[in-house]
Ligand binder design. Sequence first.
Ligand code: GLP
Length: 234
Amino acid sequence: MENIKWITVKNPEEGAKEVFNLISEELQHDRLHVLGLATGSTMIPVYDEWTNSQLDFSNVTAFNLDEYVGLGADNPNSYAYFMKQHLFSKKPFKATYIPNGMAEDLDEECKEYERKLNSNPLDIQLLGVGENGHIAFNEPGTSFDSVTHVAKLTESTLDVNSQYFENDDKIPNIALTMGISSITNAKKLIMVAFGEKKRAAMEKLKSGEVTADWPITKLLRHDDVVVITDLQID
Ligand code: GLP
């Protein structure tokens, strides 16, 4: 696919260095003011690379993709907690936004988040992918035109993500998530996928077929995408 630049690396550490180089270059050229961030185990080496560096995000506003409904920032299973632990407590940003899963009016929270995104267009969105091809919490079948919304998680995602849950907490089955359209409005997308469990999603992307059954394939309609993976996809 011509719109996608594939970078194949040996391991996650090497992949994290590739992300670092891309981010560092954009910062140096003053092209990075608003950065979309992601959570998940894939992002841990990525953020480690940033926090062990001189990268300066003090003029960058960050937006996270998603959050579980019902988990606050002080809950170790929330994405707000993850971001604080792995990045925000170590690197200052100009401002950071994460959808509030504790909001009383979830629809209003989503609308407000989308309004903020519209007034701060994303220069780069960093993305991981779910085993079923979801991006953020946009599960298979989600409209490509979706904006920030309340999403119901699939059994497959609940199964995979509950492995990381601490304190015997039950994983919420709904979340707030940027929509597929909110994500692909970013000028540049950086997708990171490590390990065999992501092979099906990577193969689907490589196949070139755009289908709502695999949300990741919406990336084929974007004109500036970099995929960094340790999988060899033919
Ligand atoms: C969650 C997040 C996604 C992330 C995915 C992959 O479902 N909502 O944004 O891409 O996990 O997580 P991991 O990196 O742990 O494989």
